[in-house]
Design a protein around this ligand. Sequence first.
Ligand SMILES: Nc1ncnc2c1ncn2[C@@H]1O[C@H](COP(=O)(O)OP(=O)(O)OP(=O)(O)O)[C@@H](O)[C@H]1O
Ligand SMILES: [Mg+2]
Length: 344
Amino acid sequence: MSQSPLAIKTDNVGRIYKKKAAKRVSRASSPDSSRQLVALDGVTLEVEKGELFGLLGPNGAGKTTLIKVLTTLLTPSFGSAEVLGYDVVREPKAIRERINMVSGGETSGYGILTVKENLWMFSQFYGVPTKEAHRRSDELLARLELTGMKDTRVSGLSTGERQRMNFCRGFITDPEVLFLDEPTLGLDVHIARVTREFTREWMRKNPERTVLLTTHYMAEADELCDRIAIIDKGRVLACDTPENLKRMLQAQPVFQIRAGGLSESGIDGIRSTTGVIGLTQEFDLETSHHSLNLILQEESVISDVVGAIGAAGGKLVGLEKHEPTLEDVFVKLVGRSLKEDVTE
Ligand SMILES: Nc1ncnc2c1ncn2[C@@H]1O[C@H](COP(=O)(O)OP(=O)(O)OP(=O)(O)O)[C@@H](O)[C@H]1O
Ligand SMILES: [Mg+2]
């Protein structure tokens, strides 16, 4: 086998943002560190060619910052990073020619141009031959159900339609490494599924293609990614296949409990019961029941949990043990639910 470089390799890479002070503060009372924000705090990752690699983490975890460093839009403050064997600081041009990026919610594209013209323009930035550019454009527009809108000006598109066009733009250059930052943000369930299927097919057609994706949707990460890095506060907490990540919880049973009459302080009491590793909650407005998801040190802890519910004045409605999900792994590692961040 030839010594092909990794698609992505980072070594203790970090990024510190200088915060602009909102108010004038005297030097003496403001040490330098208070004006710095460590967005990436020493990330070491290796992504092989052909991998669909996911970054999962709450808001502000550093996902977009990492993507910006890898796409050469931001320089690292320390450590190093390579894409396809090229250094992000020394060889940005070589990287830019070989990659592409799509960010969810971005407003890019030239409003005055039509959808088709926008895709054509981006294909020409990368020197895609004419016939091939048209072929790819037609295929992508058809797959993303935008053929009927190809002559519509981008300024006249809805948010989701614009996001679909951005998605097409990411693929039209046939990049060796594609960075997708929340690609399904704002897309309806059907089109989100289309984008996932398309991404998988696109990778299958050429085993050298690599995708690095961030998502807030746990099911999307679970279904789509070969490997996932869970990141929080600029650090990688775990990196493995979805199956192995879930296996981490095999020794720790996960229970779903439904209960009525619980207050926030009652739930805090349950959370602090010895042997409870993680607890997330949802409230059902219709039934006024709380649904609690609990990760326990061992199965026997459940009797103390039931006792704590009673002590908090709650009434147990249902209790079942279930297989760990990626969400449970996330709760165990990050200490809270990813859902708490998402405004859907
Ligand atoms: N230009 C900037 N200047 C200062 N701080 C920034 C800047 N961009 C991001 N940050 C901070 O860096 C941290 C990481 O932000 P980043 O955008 O990488 O997070 P993220 O994981 O992509 O979050 P999200 O899920 O909300 O997209 C956050 O605390 C954020 O406030
Ligand atoms: Mg982000």
